[in-house]
Write a protein that binds this ligand. Structure first.
Ligand SMILES: [Zn+2]
Length: 56
């Protein structure tokens, strides 16, 4: 499991949306715990996800 590279945008998006497989979500969670850059991206994604959910 690597925490040393940034997950790509689609991975972060799916993480924020809660649609990653558990094994991959764990890797992303591990990375985000130490990476403010990706924390900010996921925060943005969660905002988008909430908007999409509210729109359905
Ligand atoms: Zn990162």
């Amino acid at each position: 499991m690597s925490c040393n590279h940034h997950p790509d945008d689609s991975t972060l998006f799916n993480y924020g949306a809660g649609s990653l497989p558990d094994s991959l979500a764990m890797v992303v969670a591990c990375h985000i715990a130490v990476c403010e850059h990706c924390q900010a991206k996921v925060a943005d994604t969660e905002q988008i996800g909430l908007g999409l959910t509210a729109g359905i």
